[in-house]
Write a protein that binds this ligand. Structure first.
Ligand code: BJW
Length: 237
């Protein structure tokens, strides 16, 4: 299966792993960016210009998320993490571009949310970060400093720096196996992780519904719905 036995693993997941849980992807037919204009909803400039619309977009997605359930692909990665740790096979880092919490609810112990988390907001003036399921408006006061008007979703918009990059690049430099699941390979820096892993000598695997933008960089590729191909692949290793 691989050039060398996998010890250190970095997994990167994208919207495709949560598609069968009923959460929309971005760039597929009928995806979020087909219905909604990202330039008006997923940039700091858009939020400054129209916070009502941006909050409404994330409030609706938060409501969907609370009603959604993890699927067999999320659970297969949680089982793999457990096995990796129990047998002390090496380091295991699960990085997700997704802002949903389905990996955690599927049993994963540690998840690095490089594009933030939908169930968290933060206060721009005081920096307070908090968890919530309820809707936020531009008038909602910060639960810590009490000031209204400063809350924003804890998500990474275009032009903003993704979270945890030092940890991710360190893990990529030492990884033996890199697996990308359900991501189109369109958005950087995540789309560049496969090249980093290859440069470190890792075996690279793409698991998705169809080839993504950087699919030629993967040593091994499997296409199909995540709920089928992820448990199958995880079972093999
Ligand atoms: C299934 C399936 C099933 C379906 N089973 N599979 C020009 C060139 C290069 C870069 C840039 C450029 N201009 C600007 C940039 C930078 C920009 C960027 O990459 N833009 C590109 C669009 C060109 N990036 C940024 O701005 C990032 N920040 C940054 O670069 O900071 C500076 C920096 C400098 C140096 C080093 C490091 C940093 C920030 C990006 C933030 C992205 N934010 C979003 C929104 C987050 C909040 C929210 O959710 O609303 O993140 S955009 C959106 O795309 C979201 C996702 O996480 C992200 C990736 O999408 P993903 O997950 O790949 O979804 P899809 O829909 O694209 O693909 C789904 C896949 O699943 C498909 O392949 C399907 O086939 C598959 N699938 N059903 C299995 N059942």
């Amino acid at each position: 299966m691989s050039a060398r036995a996998p010890g250190n693993i970095v997994m990167l997941t994208g919207a495709g792993i949560s598609a069968e849980s009923g959460l929309g992807t971005f760039r597929d037919k009928g995806g979020l960016w087909e219905t909604f204009d990202w330039q008006k909803l997923a940039t700091p400039e858009a939020f400054a210009a129209d916070p009502h619309s941006v909050h409404a977009f994330y409030n609706a997605r938060r409501e969907n998320l609370v009603a959604a359930q993890p699927n067999d692909a999320h659970r297969a990665l949680a089982a793999l993490e457990l096995l990796w740790q129990a047998e002390e096979r090496g380091d295991f880092l699960l990085v997700t571009q997704n802002i949903d919490d389905l990996h955690a609810r599927g049993g994963s112990r540690e998840v690095l949310h490089m594009h933030g988390e939908l169930l968290k907001s933060r206060c721009n003036p005081c920096g307070h970060l908090f968890e919530h399921e309820h809707a936020i408006t531009p008038d909602t006061p910060c639960p810590d400093c009490g000031q209204p008007g400063g809350l924003r979703p804890h998500v990474v918009w275009f032009g903003e720096m993704p979270l945890g990059l030092d940890t991710i690049y360190e893990a990529l430099a030492a990884c033996d196996l890199f697996v990308a699941i359900g991501t189109s390979g369109t958005v950087y820096p995540a789309a560049g992780f496969v090249a980093e892993a290859k440069a470190a000598g890792a075996w690279t695997v793409e698991l998705s519904l169809e080839p993504g933008e950087v699919s030629t960089l993967f040593d091994e590729r499997h296409y199909g719905p995540a709920t089928r191909i992820v448990p199958e692949w995880a079972g093999r290793i």
